[in-house]
Each structure stands twice: as structure tokens, then as C-alpha cells.
Design a protein. Structure first.
Length: 570
């Protein structure tokens, strides 16, 4: 072999070894990919890492386990359509937060004429956690907690009462603010939607009384969010500023998530814990009953899952069901696989107030799919201004690809438009260096979708020296001029840069103005940091000051997911 050819072989071998090392894979091992719901993915990943240290093997081959954090609804949609992101591994095991998602997967694939991926024996629960109504302690106490059992009907009634908290002797708290997560993505949102349907009488979806009740509850929602962690991160920030009671009155979430928030971990991660909040959340177990997040462990019956993976999955499941690992889950405020509680829940002052007394059954799959699909009609409508940065840096090419950052952003925004309803209201501005261009006034999507798509398609990179802060201030002012109290009023900002216009207002001035917005005319800002050059710190602070959320697309390949996450607040 020539010296040149030998060098090429060595270089190729080194490259393969480097890729394997970066991915954490070992050549020749059985690779077991587990998609896990967000609230338990970090803990499950740590358990898997320790499990690997015991050198598990399958048919004399080592086993590598990769736990992927994946929201239950996102996972269900990907499996139902068999549409996966280019850089993600397909799951051998799926552990959503609840069997409701497994029901939906089977129903959606059946409706599409596709074979099921769910085996006849789904697999057991690995942990459980009931849905609760989380409330700041003073507000729960005002409703009679912990001696009185509070109902779904009372919470939904208060959310629609124009007197708000004044009807309970607390006019200083103003409106009763109901927070809910998106039931297309979040288990808490889906289970809260089912509870709303049950409180509406549980009749046919099209029944006028059912529609009126569900629409009334949804119209009282402050705004939606793709995940509970987004709400809790904002609540923790509001608590830091002594504004927790003005942020939200009640949010549906898992019991486990209440404890994690009170423990200073609003994002359910193993790192980055903060001090416990000044005002804790308490778990209200609704009088009428609630649903259970039963966290099933489903070994998929899919073409890419072989017998080796299935046997490795069975071995890992046995490890998860062991007494030691079940105790570890209980120490994190989960309940055991059979619903048993551990010392953390038993000794908490804020959990297990009424246990819960009653568990509601899941609707049968066809009805469940109808309930979920109906939400797009019932949900509170949006009034949103898109602000897209088209400055010169958005023309940067991505690696060897011919697409620019702006090309990918345009594709992402165009695809995201399908998430809006015809009667949602949208508008479009661009930031081109120091120039701000108001391309399309906010109006009903049904009237201007074609124009909006055409305007997005025509965008080109131009301009330098961004007036980022001045543009944000102007966008918020524009939305507030025609503020609609019956809609979610918001700005979605995407940028790959930072404010570098010396004539623009300061960040502190902008943040003060955002925090000073009247409570009943608040315009929330959802920011998307795009690429490595975006000012993540400033854009996080802008979002939090307005009680919005920042989404991260520092890895430009995930811009589509970041945009979808942002629009799922509506």
C-alpha cells in the first residue's frame, strides 16, 4: 500500500472513531434508542448511563442506551406520520407521559390505513403521576385549600368570571389567570382538555352546549405553551421579581412537576437548579377526579426495531422496575409503577392533599382523537406580529449546502402557517439592518395567507447595523394600539444577531417598558435565537420581561422545530 493510500485509510479510521466518540456509541454494541417525555428524560438518561456501567450484554454484544428528550405529542406525530428529523435516531422504545398518546398513535395510524407500531401487550408503566391543578399557595388558600376539596368546575368558573378574584375577596389579584399547555404536544394540556370535555357533560363533540362550555373555558386562557417547563420558567422569573401572583392563578400539570418547581427545578433538568421560589405551588386534586400520567414503556413493533433491540429493551425494563430504581423515581416525586407514594410525596406540605380520590378513565381512542382535534376550533385565537430579521448575515450559507440561513427560516415560517386557524390574525414586519419594514398589517389569516406567503418568499438579506431594541419596542407598541382582550396578543421575533445600532434605545430601557405593560394589555414576546451570533442573553431577558419564552436555534438545522415551538403558544 502506498504511503498516500495508507494516510487516507488512517484518516478515515480516525474520522469514524471521532464520530463514534462524539455520539457516545461503541462499535459493535446493540444500540437501544429510548424516546422519553420531557419531565423524566434527564432522570431516565442518568439511570441509563449507570446501567451501562454494569456492562449489560445481549447475545454476547454490549448494549448502548441513548435516551432522547421528546415531548409526547411531538413523538406521537412523528411516529404517526413516520416523518423524522434528519439528525434524530428512530426510537426502539417510546415512553410518553401517558397511554393517551399511545391510544392516539394507534388511532391516527389506523385512520391513515397504516399498520400499528404498538404491540398487543403495550408494556407496563415505569412510573405514574396524577394531573393536578397547580396554584400559588396564597391563591389556593383563598379557595379553601388544604381543608376544602376544590373542583374543576370552580376553577373553570372563576377563569370566566369577569369579577375574577374580586369575587373571592382579593381584587388586588385582578383576573383569574388560567394557564394551559398545548394538547397537541403536552400531556398536561391533553388531559386538561379531556377534563374540560367531561365538565361540559361528555356529550357529542358537536353538541352546542359542549361547544359553548369548552369554548368558554378556552377563551379564558392567558396563553398556551408547548410544555409545562416554559410556564414554570416564566413563573420562577416572575417569582424572582415578586410578581408570581400576577403571572398565573392556576396551571394544569403533573404532581411531579409541582414538587420539582418548589425544589428549584422548573425545567426538570439535572443541572442548573435555582433557589426554591418565594411563593410555592400547591397541588390541587380536583373533586370530580383527574387523569393519570402512567408513563408506559412501549417497545415498538416497527420495521427498524430488531429482535436484539427488543431483548435489550426487556432487560432495561426489568432494571427500571427493580426496587432500587423505583425508589429513585419516588425520591424525585414520581409515584411508583403501581401508584404507590414515597417519602417525598408523603412528607410534602404541598402534595397529596386529597390523594386524589378519583381517577377519570381515558376516552376510547376514536373519541379521544375527536376531542384533541376539536381543540383547534375551541382554543383562544391569536393576534400575532411576525418580526423576521433579514439583515445581511441571514444570507450566510450553511456549510457546503446551497441554502442560506434566510432560506431555511423562510421554509420554517411558511410551514408553520398551517398551525394557525383561518380566523387567527397575523402580520409581518422585517428588520433589515437599521430599517424596519411593515410589510403586512395584522389581519385575519383567511384574508391574507396568500399575500403573507408571497411576502415571505420574496424576502432577501439586506442591511447592517441592526436596530433590534427599537424594532422590538415599535412592534409591541403596534400590537398594543389595537389590543384585543379576546385574543392572545404577541410578537414572535427571529434574529441571528444583536443590537448594534448606537442610536437604538438601551436594553434596560426596553426591559423596563416591557415589565411596565398593563396587566390586561400585555403583549408577550416569543424570541428565536438563530445561529451562533444571536444575542441569547438579551433575547432571553426580552422574552422573560414580557412573560414570553425564548427558543433556541443556535444549531441552525433545528430552526423548523424552534419556529413550531414558538407558534404552539397559540
Amino acid at each position: 500500500m502506498s504511503t498516500l493510500n495508507l494516510a487516507r485509510v488512517v484518516t478515515a479510521a480516525y474520522t469514524v472513531a471521532l464520530v463514534i466518540a462524539l455520539l457516545g456509541l461503541r462499535p459493535g454494541c446493540v444500540q437501544l434508542v429510548v424516546w422519553a417525555s420531557q419531565e423524566k428524560s434527564d432522570l431516565l438518561g442518568r439511570i441509563a448511563d449507570r446501567y451501562e456501567l454494569t456492562r449489560p450484554s445481549q447475545d454476547f454484544r454490549c448494549v448502548d442506551i441513548k435516551v432522547v428528550r421528546k415531548a409526547s405529542g411531538e413523538a406521537e406525530q412523528a411516529l404517526a406520520r413516520e416523518v423524522f428529523e434528519s439528525n434524530e435516531a428512530r426510537p426502539d422504545v417510546w415512553s410518553p407521559a401517558a397511554n393517551t398518546w399511545v391510544d392516539l398513535l394507534e388511532q391516527h395510524r389506523r385512520d391513515s390505513g397504516l399498520p400499528t407500531f404498538v404491540p398487543a401487550e403495550r408494556g407496563p408503566s415505569i412510573v405514574t403521576s396524577p394531573l393536578v391543578i397547580a396554584m400559588p399557595e396564597p391563591m389556593a388558600t383563598a379557595l379553601g385549600w388544604p381543608t376544602k376539596q376544590i373542583s374543576w368546575l370552580e376553577i373553570f368558573g372563576l377563569a370566566q368570571d369577569p369579577q375574577g378574584w374580586a369575587s373571592r375577596g382579593h381584587p388586588e389579584w385582578k383576573r383569574f389567570k388560567l394557564g394551559k399547555t398545548n394538547p397537541l404536544i403536552s400531556t398536561s394540556g391533553l388531559h386538561a382538555l379531556i377534563a374540560t370535555y367531561r365538565m361540559a357533560g361528555g356529550g357529542p363533540i358537536g353538541d352546542p352546549s359542549v361547544r359553548a362550555y369548552m369554548k368558554g373555558v378556552e377563551s379564558s386562557v392567558e396563553h398556551y405553551g408547548p410544555t409545562v417547563s416554559g410556564f414554570l420558567k416564566n413563573l420562577a422569573n416572575a417569582d424572582d421579581n415578586r410578581e408570581a401572583l400576577s403571572y398565573v392563578s392556576a396551571i394544569a400539570m403533573e404532581e411531579y412537576q409541582v414538587w420539582q418547581y418548589d425544589d428549584g427545578n422548573p425545567e426538570f433538568r439535572s443541572d442548573g437548579k435555582r433557589l426554591p421560589p418565594q411563593i410555592p405551588l400547591v397541588a390541587v386534586y380536583p373533586k370530580e377526579g383527574t387523569l393519570l400520567a402512567d408513563h408506559p414503556y412501549v417497545v415498538l413493533d416497527a420495521p427498524w426495531v430488531g429482535q436484539e433491540e427488543k431483548r435489550a429493551a426487556a432487560s432495561f425494563l426489568a432494571h427500571l422496575k427493580s426496587d432500587a430504581i423505583q425508589d429513585e423515581f419516588k425520591a424525585a416525586a414520581f409515584r411508583g409503577a403501581l401508584g404507590e407514594t414515597g417519602p417525598v410525596i408523603e412528607q410534602s406540605a404541598y402534595l397529596k392533599g386529597f390523594n386524589p380520590n378519583t381517577l377519570l378513565t381515558r376516552p376510547e381512542p376514536a373519541k379521544l382523537a375527536q376531542i384533541q382535534a376539536s381543540w383547534t376550533d375551541y382554543r383562544k385565537k391569536a393576534r400575532v406580529l411576525f418580526v423576521l430579521d433579514v439583515s445581511a448575515s441571514m444570507g450566510d450559507r450553511l456549510g457546503a449546502a446551497s441554502a442560506s440561513k434566510l432560506d431555511l427560516a423562510k421554509q420554517a415560517w411558511t410551514a408553520a402557517l398551517k398551525e394557525f386557524a383561518p380566523d387567527d390574525q397575523v402580520g409581518l414586519w422585517t428588520l433589515a439592518g437599521t430599517d424596519r419594514r411593515e410589510l403586512l398589517d395584522i389581519g385575519p389569516l383567511r384574508n391574507q395567507e396568500a399575500q403573507l406567503r408571497a411576502d415571505i418568499e420574496r424576502l432577501n438579506p439586506e442591511g447592517t447595523g441592526r436596530s433590534l431594541y427599537a424594532t422590538v419596542a415599535a412592534a409591541v407598541g403596534s400590537v398594543r394600539q389595537r389590543f384585543d382582550p379576546y385574543r392572545i396578543n404577541a410578537v414572535i421575533l427571529l434574529t441571528d444577531g444583536r443590537n448594534d445600532d448606537p442610536a437604538s434605545s438601551s436594553l434596560n430601557t426596553l426591559l423596563r417598558s416591557l415589565r411596565a405593560q398593563p396587566e390586561d394589555e400585555r403583549v408577550r414576546i416569543f424570541t428565536i435565537t438563530y445561529g451562533a451570533g444571536a444575542d441569547s442573553e438579551a433575547l432571553t431577558n426580552i422574552a422573560l420581561a414580557s412573560l414570553g419564552v425564548r427558543y433556541d436555534a443556535a444549531d441552525t438545522s433545528v430552526i423548523g422545530r424552534a419556529v413550531l415551538d414558538a407558534v404552539s403558544n397559540f
